[in-house]
Design a protein around this ligand. Structure first.
Ligand code: UDP
Ligand code: MG
Length: 319
């Protein structure tokens, strides 16, 4: 099935303090996009939508200056740092292309595979996932925690997410429109991207090292992202406590029966302080843990019912 009239490709680039990376990024991406636009025919075009996620450095003014000169470069300034997920959502809502490709500004996702993605799209795939076949450029701790996360996640989640696929992928207009209608506030793009379905294909690439600047994801925020993704896609952690609670209730019941019978037969012996305190501490710990898990979900409910916007756009250039 060949698409009738593909016209424009949009790149969505969330940027947070990337002044050093922007120039390099555009130098490498623009020739690729020119070349890809040729693939699509004469009237094809592209746009690069930068979403400035509250950078404190010169990122905004740098992109703004380029956007004034080149109408294919666009800029959305968010009013503060909302995080990459929100920045990405802002970009998806503003992108006009027939297909949209979220990409990082640090060139860790090689733009050279974009033509391949686009040709798979032309061949009919509505989602083309970029699969990192080699992540040796990432820190080992990040690689191994990521691999554990995928394993655990895919075991419990209704819809598995493909391992080693980041946000770098091609999304058809229909998919983007669908994603834009999602009202949820705490979002993990990876999770949503695979949840929506549609026909998909993959392109492999090698994850490169950052071109400039430093990684913005601290381990703590990755951990939070993992919890968000997990609680957004499964309620298994809640159900576990029904079983754990049931098991220990049974156990305590049996133990109580044993104590009563023992007391009846042999009378009261030593006051049993050690066993009592152990059981108390253990059950207290379990209680707190299950309360915490409940709290995770309740917290999400409360942030969803507040219905605050995901991001606030302060200004736009090129739209
Ligand atoms: N980013 C963002 N807001 C943030 C953190 C990161 O827009 O709060 C952008 C960042 O500028 C980059 C992309 O998200 O273009 C990926 O960030 P990074 O390279 O730090 O993440 P990693 O490569 O480790 O996934
Ligand atoms: Mg990076």
């Amino acid at each position: 099935m060949l698409k009738a009239k593909p016209k424009a490709i949009s790149l969505v680039v969330p940027v947070y303090n990337e002044e050093k990376a922007i120039g390099r990024f555009l130098n490498r991406v623009q020739p690729v996009l020119e070349q890809t636009a040729c693939l699509l025919g004469d009237d094809a075009d592209y746009e690069i939508v930068f979403v400035n996620d509250g950078s404190q450095d010169a990122t905004a003014s740098l992109v703004a200056a380029i956007a004034e000169r080149d109408n294919r470069v666009k800029l959305i300034n968010l009013s503060r740092n909302f995080g990459k997920e929100a920045a990405l959502a802002a970009g998806l809502q503003h992108a006009n292309g027939d297909c949209v490709i979220p990409i990082d500004a640090d060139l860790q996702d090689p733009p050279e595979i974009i033509p391949e993605m686009v040709s798979k799209w032309l061949a009919g795939a509505q989602v083309v996932n970029g699969v990192r076949n080699d992540r040796s450029a990432d820190h080992w701790l990040k690689r191994s925690t990521a691999s554990w996360f995928y394993r655990l996640y895919n075991r419990f989640a209704e819809i598995p997410i493909p391992e080693n696929v980041g946000d770098f992928r091609l999304l058809d207009r229909e998919v983007v429109d669908t994603l834009n209608e999602f009202p949820e506030c705490s979002r993990v793009s990876k999770d949503l991207f695979s949840w929506v379905g549609f026909s998909s294909d993959t392109v492999e690439f090698r994850r490169e090292a950052r071109s400039a600047g430093t990684g913005k994801w601290k381990y703590w925020s990755l951990w939070n992202l993992a919890i968000d993704g997990f609680t957004a896609s499964t309620t298994v952690p809640l159900r576990i406590w029904t079983y754990v609670g049931g098991f220990f209730a049974l156990l305590s019941f049996a133990y109580a029966a044993y104590i009563v019978i023992k007391t009846l037969i042999f009378g009261v012996d030593t006051p049993g302080y050690a066993s009592l305190i152990t059981v108390m501490l253990f059950l207290g710990g379990l209680n707190l843990l299950s309360l915490g898990i409940l709290g995770e979900y309740v917290g999400r409910i409360s942030s969803e019912v507040r219905r605050r916007p995901l991001f606030i756009v302060q200004s736009k250039i090129g739209f």
